[in-house]
Design a protein around this ligand. Structure first.
Ligand SMILES: [Zn+2]
Ligand SMILES: [Zn+2]
Length: 365
């Protein structure tokens, strides 16, 4: 453990079991890296899927990818980052110079895997075994190491708990609307799933001027909340969703968004489209999942089905945009944080996600 720093982390050692607060050993920085002290991290449903084994990750692992922290060490003197700056981490670090980056697709950067690669493991457990970090971040720990291009500076007026949401829920939901589907005032919108990502999509649709915004969810509590964020109509998804949508929009929806992560809701997002409409699928699916759609609706109705991984975000530009909309009051971040927990209460935080009125539980250090 020479040259490694002892820190506390919430370790996932067995899926479907609570996280264990343990000592782990963080490596010294390599060139191009920064060390970040965690200040606030959101508990995302993707974390939960890894925690309960629905998505694969090699164990032991430190989860957590939606985080705001403070830079405590910078490897490179030429870095744009300085000690003391608050930053948001991204799971899609981008080189900024490859063909995809320069065409605006930074979440599909050709160098992402080499940017994540490292000659030594960042984290070891007390037995000296390698500890995986989710998204090469592993935010559920006192400190973490990321590449400097994976850190985006955030304005001073953004509070920690609110700001951390920008790293995943807001980047994905907001980004899918403005970068993915490019919603305009001409569009009607429907959002399936009113958790953190869905609520961010609803707010972005409102900011983009969508003429109608239908929130779709299983829970009344979530639908009531969705109205306070800009939804104009709600549909409870325990009945015939398509029939209910047709009552509101007889010709169908122009831009639909799926923020659940199930092939069934993904197919539903496509089925509800108007002619020429676009369904954007955001929820992470299990490896090998297939989405079944009608060829007739696709081909004869000029409909579109697309992904927008992590909202096709351009995070350094987006974070600055989120901050301005937060400042003007158009982007409600505080109301998205429905519960706050100390880091030591992280398992209670995950439990609280079962509450249907929960949007985002956030742990703070
Ligand atoms: Zn997430
Ligand atoms: Zn690139």
């Amino acid at each position: 453990m020479k040259n490694r720093k002892k820190i506390a982390a919430a370790l996932l050692t067995t899926s479907n079991k609570p996280l264990e607060l343990r000592e782990v050993f963080l490596d010294a920085l390599l060139p191009g890296e920064v060390r970040v002290k965690s200040l606030a991290a959101g508990l995302c449903h993707s974390d939960l899927h890894y925690l309960n084994g629905a998505l694969p990750i090699s164990l032991p692992a430190v989860l957590g990818h939606e985080v705001l922290g403070e830079i405590v060490e910078v490897a490179d003197e030429q870095s744009a980052h300085r000690v003391g700056q608050r930053v948001i981490a991204t799971i899609t670090p981008a080189c900024g110079v490859c063909a995809r980056c320069i065409s605006g697709l930074s979440t599909q950067c050709l160098s992402t895997s080499s940017l994540r690669a490292r000659v030594r493991p960042k984290l070891l457990d007390s037995k000296g075994e390698v500890v995986t970090q989710l998204g090469s971040i592993g935010a559920f720990s006192e400190e973490f190491i990321i590449k400097e291009v994976a850190a985006v500076q955030v304005a001073d007026f953004i509070p920690n708990a609110e700001g951390c949401l920008m790293g995943c829920a807001v980047a994905t939901g907001f980004g899918s609307v403005v970068h993915g589907a490019k919603v305009t005032p001409l569009d009607s919108v429907a959002v399936i799933g009113c958790g953190g990502v869905g609520i961010a999509a609803i707010q972005a649709a409102k900011i983009s001027g969508a003429k109608q915004i239908i929130a779709i969810d299983l829970h009344d509590e979530k639908l009531q909340r969705a109205i306070t964020f800009g939804a104009t109509n709600t549909v409870k998804s325990d009945g015939d969703v398509i029939a209910q949508i047709r009552k509101i929009l007889p010709l169908g929806v122009d831009k639909s968004f799926e923020a659940v992560g199930s092939p069934i809701t993904a197919a539903l997002a496509f089925e509800m489209l108007a002619t020429g409409g676009t369904a954007t699928i955001l929820g992470l699916e299990k490896p090998g999942s297939l989405i079944s759609i009608s060829a007739e609706l696709l081909i004869e109705g000029d409909r579109h089905l697309q992904g927008a991984y992590m909202g096709a975000n351009q995070l350094s530009r987006d974070v600055e945009t989120f901050a301005q909309h937060y400042l003007s009051g158009d982007l409600q971040l505080g109301n998205m944080v429905t519960s706050r927990w100390a880091f030591s209460e992280i398992n209670e935080g995950f439990e609280s996600m079962k509450d249907p009125s929960s949007i985002r539980a956030v742990v703070e250090w």
